[in-house]
Design a binder for this molecule. Structure first.
Ligand code: CS2
Length: 494
């Protein structure tokens, strides 16, 4: 017997939802767009959009979101027939809560309709352009944060600035058009896991504008606000079984629900000349300086996530919860945070780092989130600098040891060779994967050769780290441990 597909989630079917499912407490159709979001993936939908949904419900109805995909049309294809509605499934050992979010009012796909995206960005009502385009979307050099002028998308956007494809290309063209039309610029709100993300995006925009027109670069520097933010919520990729389970619970088909942990944090630098929703009334923290919070999150959460992902993958674990269920792996992460990272952080007095670290381990252990080590291992060349290497530099400057961070870097090296400990192929997803693999093949497996060969990748390690004998020795030692005893044992030995 053919399975009966339930009706689609949409405005017309909202009233069929079971009472247990939360839904927009406002007239979704009556809201208007005030925010254009570039990179409408699962993270935005589980994080910023939920906060905005709360503000729409509180009556700030001019801040709906126009969600733009810079690459794949998949999210738009899933959500457009649902009037932009989707479910956030909050999962923990205590069970699951479902909430239908109405904040995303329009969906666009940049490669298919670049003019429509530019029109949305130049609409006078668009006062914030927020971003979750992942590290590689910034077209920058991760080690220096400068715009990569040789990036293929940047070269294409310089040749044809009026039909852009990159993030800097879209934003600079939109700002130029607004300026010509006498419209105030929007605030650019980066919500990516980059240190000083506002400063970073301002830097790539300035770099791109300078190549186009120095006068535009000066305008940008003087007029466009790019506040920094720290964003945090663990949001694993949605699987087909998640889709089926959520649709069954709704009694309606949701083509792309998002899965999230209960925890959510958003710290925002309060610099919005064009106005903003009262994010603080939806749980966000508005502060004068986000930098300490960003470092805390990148160096504690994301660093231990990446360390557990590379070591855990090599040791044969599929999810982060499985890794930290092993006492010696959990001890490794706790010691990495306490002994190697914590001494490098300077936090406002109100922040209790030991409590934050304990809470992280509890979040990683969430049994209901199947967050795959393979997912976190993606794009390591773009993630390592801000997650691990900034801390390493601080430790080197202080003459302090960092064996666990070095082991994590070594595990990344093992991982990008593309072969696991049993000789099986690893599906390495990284913009540099082909180059990294070629370097590893040329160097061969001997740690004394493999370590310096990969350390020469300047975009990741800069020029200082490969020249530092203490760092080179620590990473080589980590690789030697991995190849002699394997990752499972390496967790234990530390
Ligand atoms: C993870 C992050 O995939 C990854 O690299 O470390 O997405 C992490 O889950 C979030 O930053 C948590 O806020």
């Amino acid at each position: 017997m053919a399975a009966v597909t339930p009706p689609r989630l949409s405005r017309a079917t909202l009233d069929r939802l079971p009472a247990s499912v939360a839904r927009p407490a406002y007239d979704v159709a009556a809201t208007t767009i005030g925010i254009v979001h570039l990179g409408i993936g699962a993270f935005h939908r589980a994080h910023q959009a939920v906060c905005i949904d709360d503000r729409l419900a509180a009556g700030e109805t001019g801040w709906g979101v126009c969600g733009v995909s810079l690459r794949s049309p998949d999210t738009a294809a899933a959500l457009a027939p649902q009037d932009g509605l989707y479910t956030v499934a909050t999962r923990s050992g205590a069970g699951e809560r479902l909430r239908v979010v109405g904040a995303v009012r329009r969906l666009l796909v940049a490669p298919r309709e670049p003019e429509a995206v530019l029109a949305a960005l130049t609409d006078p009502a668009a006062r914030i352009v927020s971003l979750t385009v992942t590290e590689k979307g910034y077209c920058h050099d991760p080690a220096t944060a400068a715009l990569r002028e040789d990036h293929p998308d940047i070269l294409a956007d310089l040749r044809d600035p009026h039909a852009p494809r990159s993030l800097p290309g879209f934003l600079v063209e939109a700002i130029a058009r607004r300026r010509r039309a006498g419209l105030a610029p929007f605030t650019v709100l980066s919500c990516d896991n980059l240190p000083a993300n506002g400063h970073t995006v301002a830097g790539v925009l300035a770099g791109f504008a300078r190549l186009r027109d120095p006068d535009l670069a000066a305008y940008l520097a003087g007029e466009v606000a790019c506040p920094s933010t720290m964003v945090d919520r663990i949001v694993p990729a949605t699987t087909d079984s998640d889709r089926a389970e959520v649709s069954a619970a709704l009694g309606l088909h949701d083509a792309w629900p998002v899965m999230a942990e209960p925890f959510s944090q958003w710290v925002i630098e309060d610099r919005f000349p064009a106005g903003r929703p009262r994010f603080e009334e939806a749980g966000a923290e508005l502060v004068a300086d986000v930098a300490p919070y960003e470092l805390m999150k990148l160096r504690l959460l994301n660093a231990s996530h990446s360390a557990l992902a590379y070591l855990g993958y090599l040791a044969g674990f599929e999810t982060i919860a499985e890794v930290v269920a092993e006492p010696d792996c959990a001890r490794f992460a706790a010691a990495l945070m306490r002994e190697e990272v914590r001494p490098t952080l300077r936090m406002p007095g109100s922040v209790d780092l030991p409590a934050y670290e304990r809470a992280l381990l509890a979040r990683f252990a969430n049994p209901a989130l199947r967050h795959r080590t393979w997912q976190i291992a993606m794009d390591g060349s773009q993630k390592l600098p801000q997650r691990l290497l900034g801390t390493v530099r601080d430790r080197l400057a202080a003459g302090a040891p960092f064996p666990r961070l070095a082991l994590a870097v070594a595990a990344w090296m093992r991982y990008v060779t593309g072969r696991d400990e049993r000789g099986g192929a690893i599906d390495v997803r990284d913009p540099l994967s082909a180059r990294l693999r070629a370097i590893a093949e040329e160097a061969g497996p001997v740690p004394e050769r493999l370590a310096p060969a990969l350390l020469a990748v300047r975009e990741v390690f800069g020029t200082d780290l490969p020249a530092n004998p203490v760092f080179v020795a620590a990473v080589t030692d980590g690789l030697a441990r991995l190849s002699t005893h394997g990752a499972r044992h390496a967790f234990r030995a530390r």
